[in-house]
Ligand binder design. Structure first.
Ligand code: AMP
Length: 255
């Protein structure tokens, strides 16, 4: 496994990987399921780890977002990753970290102005901007994204289509803990008590899929603060806070 840091190293030595999985690190089995899928379908697999400041709001967890580089590299090596790219903020946004309006890639408002886009203004513009930069550098044939962030997946697909970026976007199913909690880097913020309650997020949307209002009431009575619980694209989406941790999940609705 090659570990590269600067964009020059990436271009010089290992550009043109065929599969690409962008991540923010603090890797878990959900991320690794994307690597495994890519491994099956492509001959070379590149994973990036970059906590993108541009997609965090001023009161969000950018500073405290978990950074576990050593453990991440071990997991990626074991999963058969060929190239890990660990750019710095300067590598992505330049020495002075100045982002001009013209450098931004904006998410399509038809997709972004709902669900997480309402609670996290500018978040998906930050995601689109960084994903475009990463795709331009790696030039993969395929890029893998989790349905855990389903709205993000839709927005990336639309961006790639609109900007005619020559890459195939592959959506991958949500990997869950045995009790149903969707795996997430942010789950480690949960206290032991919160962790037990967190599993109910999935249980409740599954059992009350046809009654979102009842589902929201149940979640609130369990101690969640529900940001949204809504149906879009034939799926039920939920975001809810437990203490200071914000959890998201979604399920497909049967016809
Ligand atoms: P992140 O590091 O949170 O930016 O996630 C990197 C990629 O992994 C994104 O495409 C996520 O949707 C995906 N991902 C995160 N958690 C899961 C999960 N539990 N199952 C499947 N994919 C996931």
């Amino acid at each position: 496994m090659q570990v590269v840091r600067t964009i020059e190293e990436l271009k010089g030595d290992v550009g043109h990987a065929s599969a690409f999985i962008p991540t923010m690190g603090a890797l878990h089995a959900g991320h690794i399921s994307l690597v495994q899928r890519a491994r099956q379908e492509c001959s070379r697999v590149c994973v990036s780890i970059f906590v993108n400041p541009l997609q965090f709001g001023p009161n969000e967890d950018y500073e405290k977002y978990p950074r576990t580089e050593e453990a991440d590299l071990k997991l990626l090596e074991k999963a058969g990753t060929d190239i890990v790219w660990l750019p710095s903020v300067e590598d992505i946004y330049g020495e002075n970290n100045v982002i001009l309006n013209d450098d931004m890639i904006y998410a399509n408002p038809d997709l972004a102005d709902r669900l997480c886009g309402l609670n996290r203004p500018g978040h998906f513009d930050g995601v689109c901007t960084v994903v475009k930069k990463l795709l331009d550098a790696v030039k993969p044939d395929r890029a893998y994204f989790g349905e855990k962030d389903y709205q993000q997946l839709m927005i990336i697909r639309e961006m790639v289509d609109r900007l005619k970026i020559p890459v195939e976007i592959i959506g991958c199913p949500i990997l869950r803990e045995p009790d149903g909690l969707a795996m997430s880097s942010r789950n480690r913020y949960l206290s032991a008590d919160e962790r037990k309650i967190a599993a109910m997020l999935y249980q409740v949307i599954l059992s009350e899929a046809k009654n979102p209002i009842v589902a929201a009431q149940k979640l609130e009575s369990l101690g969640f603060q529900v940001d949204y619980l809504e149906e879009h694209w034939n799926r039920l989406f939920v975001a809810a806070r437990l203490g200071s941790t914000r959890l998201i999940d979604n399920i497909e609705l049967s016809c």
